[in-house]
Design a protein around this ligand. Structure first.
Ligand code: F6P
Length: 317
């Protein structure tokens, strides 16, 4: 059996660990594994090389992905189906192991299935916004990265009181990542794009929080509407200094947590077994704490908004 591994869209901590694990399972059974550099553009361009087990193992604990990804709409270009078929035939590839987030799962996996390419997807995105799975690889590591930032902010907030701290996380277009961080960190407020807050209400709440606790910590999603205006308006409305921290892409390249390393290895084992028993298309999902293969493609829908009750609890609404 020969499998080609492709990473599509935003990378996520844990992808390299999953590649390491899958490669080892395959090589130990005498099978072959190729890695595509540059996502689907690279695959169609035959940018494929045998995976080097010792190198992958060395880098398994790093964030990002040992195989480069791409956001190019390579499968939409005219002749893509033909190009894909040619590469798979020429390189004698039996199946594809694909890492990707919401866009990849909703748009690319169904196309590959339509074209008759055997493909199993491992949902990987820090955003945890894929409908049909409770968890996506990389989310835990990105949360931990943010929690370390919160701890740092709290230390300085305590030492020099009288300020409002806004911590911006990645995760657009959804607020799932920001809510997970806000809840676990005990932030005073979470600002999510799904539930915009009235500005004067927000200012009042922040003033009360600073008066009571000496500082206010707000975790906001990068997708919260008009965030930069908010950063200007809050000091004007509250008379309190605002300090803004953005985690940016450092969060996506976070160190890989224990949970993500474990999930990475379990996901690749599920995919490996599925290929071995002849599954053609599927997605490895997490439901109620257990990993399983969803046979076929997932229904194309956006994930439900972040848990309203949890949001209300965090924001004490
Ligand atoms: O992969 C998901 C994600 O990291 C989002 O959290 C973020 O909004 C986006 O990708 C950033 O994309 P890019 O790397 O293209 O700037």
């Amino acid at each position: 059996m020969k499998t080609a591994i492709i990473v599509s869209g935003g990378d996520a901590p844990g992808i390299s660990a999953a590649i390491d694990s899958f490669t080892r399972l395959a090589l130990q059974s005498g099978d072959q594994v190729l890695g595509a550099q540059g996502g689907f553009s690279g695959l169609l361009d035959n940018q494929l090389a045998e995976m080097d087990q010792s190198l992958v193992s060395l880098l398994a604990g790093r964030g990002g992905s040992i195989l480069q990804s791409s956001r190019d709409p390579a499968l939409e270009q005219p002749g893509a189906r033909q190009l894909l078929g040619d590469v798979l035939r020429r390189r004698e590839i039996d199946n594809l192991l694909l890492f990707g987030g919401d866009g990849t799962i909703r748009h690319l996996a169904p196309r590959l299935a339509d074209w008759g390419a055997s493909c199993i997807v491992l949902p990987a995105t820090i955003d945890n916004d894929v409908a049909g799975t409770d968890y996506t690889l990389g989310h835990d590591s990105a949360c931990n990265f943010a929690l370390a930032a919160v701890d740092g902010i709290r230390a300085t907030a305590h030492a020099l009181p009288g300020r409002i701290f806004l911590l911006e996380t990645l995760g657009a277009p959804s607020g799932h990542l920001a809510l997970a961080i806000a809840y676990a960190s005990g932030a005073h407020l979470a600002l999510l794009p799904e539930y915009p807050l009235e500005l004067n209400w927000l200012a009042r709440r922040l003033r009360e929080t600073v008066a009571r606790e000496g500082y206010a910590l707000v975790v906001c999603s990068e997708a919260y509407p008009d965030l930069s205006r908010l950063v200007d308006e809050i000091p004007r409305l509250t008379g309190i200094r605002v300090r803004f921290t953005t985690l940016g892409h450092a969060q996506r390249g976070a160190d890989v947590s224990h949970r993500d390393r474990r999930v990475a290895r379990e996901m690749s084992r599920v995919a490996w077994r599925a290929f071995k028993r002849g599954a053609a298309n599927g997605v490895v999902i997490v439901r109620d704490g257990a990993l399983a293969l969803h046979d076929g493609i997932l229904p194309s829908r956006t994930k439900a908004p972040p848990d309203r009750k949890l949001y209300e609890f965090v924001n004490q609404l």
